[in-house]
Design a protein around this ligand. Structure first.
Ligand code: 5GP
Ligand code: ZN
Length: 113
C-alpha cells in the first residue's frame, strides 16, 4: 500500500522515533508547530478516525495512554499539551493514515485556525 506513514512504520522512510510498542509508533513531526510536536500512529493502517469501529477502537485508548506516558517523560505533563486528530479535508488531514498530533511546550490557542 502506498502510504507514507506505513512506510515510516516499516522503516522505508526514516523518522526520529519517540516511542514504539507492538501497536503504536511515535515520531517527531517534520514541520513542528510547537516546541514539542510529535505524531502517534497505529502500526496497523487505519485511514482516519472515521474508520474506528468496535473491532479497532481499543487503539485509541492505548494512544491516549501512550501520550500521557510520553508527556511525563518529556516534562510537558504539568504545563499541559494538546492531543488531536484531523479527519478528512475540512479537518485538515493531509496524510491518510490516522495520526494523533501531540503538541506542547507553548501556550496553544483555541480555537485553532
Ligand atoms: P495532518 O495535516 O494530516 O493532520 O498531519 C500530517 C502531519 O504529518 C503534518 O504535521 C506533517 O508535518 C507531518 N509529516 C508529513 N510528512 C512527514 C514525514 O515524511 N515525516 C514526518 N516526521 N512528518 C511528516
Ligand atoms: Zn498507512
Amino acid at each position: 500500500m502506498d502510504c507514507l506513514f506505513c512506510k515510516i512504520v516499516n522503516g522505508e522512510i526514516p523518522s526520529k522515533i519517540v516511542y514504539e510498542d507492538d501497536l503504536v509508533y511515535s515520531f517527531y513531526d517534520i514541520e513542528p508547530q510547537a516546541p514539542f510536536h510529535i505524531l502517534i500512529i497505529p502500526k496497523k493502517h487505519i485511514t482516519s478516525a472515521l474508520e474506528i469501529n468496535d473491532g479497532n477502537k481499543d487503539i485509541v485508548g492505548h494512544i491516549f495512554k501512550v501520550a500521557a506516558d510520553i508527556a511525563c517523560e518529556h516534562n510537558i505533563a504539568q504545563d499541559g499539551y494538546r492531543l488531536v486528530t484531523n479527519v478528512g479535508k475540512n479537518g485538515g488531514q493531509t496524510v491518510g493514515h490516522m495520526h494523533f498530533h501531540m503538541l506542547g511546550g507553548r501556550n496553544l490557542q483555541w480555537p485553532p485556525g
